[in-house]
Design a protein around this ligand. Structure first.
Ligand SMILES: [Zn+2]
Length: 447
């Protein structure tokens, strides 16, 4: 098995991530987080919120609705341009994203350029392609009482989309926040939440899924200060990824996106690439979006998006720096950094060396033997003591002690605390360290 397959298998075996709708044979491009996955995901999201929002006086949060007025997506350009190049094999009717099955072509590939690559169908091996067509990745739905046999106008009038990014929920609330909080520039608005993309071919586990969680900030700045604020945001991303989340800096590579590959709204974009087990992939993006979004909203809504400087009285539309990160992408980066296979005294073990602030449990408490009531009773009291103090503590009295250690290693629990007969005599316990597997004795009162 490849390292990615090992991680997928561990995720399922230990309850981090299951295939979506598993019981009905799955649902392509969707994944369900199990008990440990929810915990790790929530910790990652909470650390982000603490680092970027709570620790700054000029950052504000919003939690906007997922279904927004469709004019949002007309103004943002998503209805016109949020599309991937779709190509169909005329032999077997399979559909692909053209730039993912041919080498060295971009998202804006033309039919001629694609045919010139002499790509063969990954399913049937033939080379008989239809033209490249643009496939809009937004999920369409209908809002309100619309029946399947209603006339086309009624149906179209009620079309809505599941949001393809959280950013527009921020931009559409910019005016509300300026009018209620009166923040000085620069200030940021942050949002975490679900976003939906109807990927043509979802793949690579949670890297390219159809439903994901995003964490985005729109950082509003004076137009003439965008460069220094871009640098500031860039530095902050590294601090967060490396110091708070524990990724290795040597696995993060900045890629300056050339003008022709940048999103339609961006004047400068850096993709932060990460060395995933199956190769380098985008982890997050940092984009200078100019006043593209606010100007479009002003145009579409007819309401002024101008910001009035309290000191100078000047009015202008602020420019925006946007760091945008997918939670699942970060989740997989954390797992692949933590995942290790080691040999200890001839035994193979799998261990997740998660940073302590992210590990689902800080401690596992167990009695050496589960059929000795006096050990179980003492262990339960140590468990309560640690749980009251640290919160995230787990209990395990299944199997033998070696099996318990292996299980706790696999879910990344930093310390195992074992209560044995000596505990009853001198109130000391064994503490076993996840990373070194070393064991020490300590007083329960010192825990
Ligand atoms: Zn084919």
């Amino acid at each position: 098995m490849s390292k990615l397959e090992e991680i997928v298998s561990l995720c399922k075996r230990r309850g981090f991530i299951f295939p979506g709708s598993d019981i009905y044979g799955g649902m392509a491009g969707t994944w369900d987080f199990g008990p440990l996955g929810v915990d790790l995901k929530k910790k990652i999201m909470d650390e982000w919120w603490k680092f970027f929002v709570e620790n700054h006086d000029n950052m504000y949060g919003v939690d906007a609705a997922i279904i927004m007025n469709p004019r949002t997506w007309a103004a943002s350009g998503h209805i016109a341009t949020f599309a991937d190049p779709l190509v169909e094999c005329k032999e077997c009717k399979s559909r692909f994203r053209a730039d993912k099955i041919a080498d060295n072509i971009s998202e804006s590939v033309t039919t001629e350029e694609f045919l010139a690559t002499r790509t063969k169908c990954p399913i049937c091996g033939k080379e008989n392609w239809g033209p490249i067509r643009k496939f809009n990745m937004m999920f369409r739905t209908h809002v309100g009482a619309v029946l399947p046999d209603d006339d086309e106008t009624t149906v179209e009038k009620n079309v809505a989309y599941l949001r393809p990014e959280t950013a527009q929920g921020i931009f559409t609330n910019y005016k509300n926040i300026v009018d209620t909080i009166y923040p000085d520039l620069p200030f940021g608005i942050a949002q975490q939440g679900k976003a939906f993309r109807n990927e043509i071919s979802p793949r690579d586990f949670i890297l390219r899924d159809r439903e994901c969680s995003q964490m985005e900030i729109e950082y509003f700045v004076r137009p003439d200060t965008w460069e220094e604020n871009f640098e500031y945001m860039r530095k902050m991303q590294h601090e967060f990824l490396e110091n708070i989340i524990g990724l290795n800096s040597e696995n993060i590579h900045e890629f300056e996106v050339p003008a022709e590959d940048r999103a339609h709204y961006s004047k400068r974009t850096i993709d932060f690439m990460f060395d995933y087990p199956n190769g380098e992939e985008e982890l997050m993006g940092l984009a200078y979006r100019t006043d593209f979004d606010l100007s479009n909203i002003e145009h579409e809504s007819g309401k002024s998006m101008a910001y009035r400087d309290k000191n100078t009285g000047e009015t202008f539309i602020p420019h925006v720096i946007e760091p945008s990160i997918g939670v699942e992408r970060l989740f997989l980066a954390v797992l692949s950094t933590a995942y290790a296979e080691e040999e200890i005294n001839g035994d193979k073990r799998v261990v997740l060396k998660l940073p302590e602030n992210l590990a689902p449990y800080k401690f596992c408490v167990s009695p050496l033997l589960k059929n000795k009531p006096e050990l179980v009773e003492k262990a339960k009291s140590v468990y309560s003591q640690l749980r009251n103090k640290y919160g995230n503590v787990t209990w395990d009295d299944s199997g033998n002690i070696g099996k318990r250690y292996r299980k706790q290693d696999e879910i990344g629990t930093p310390k195992c605390v074992v209560i044995d007969f000596d505990t009853l005599e001198d109130d000391t316990v064994t503490i076993r360290d996840r990373d070194t597997t070393e064991q020490i004795r300590a007083k329960t009162s010192d825990l």
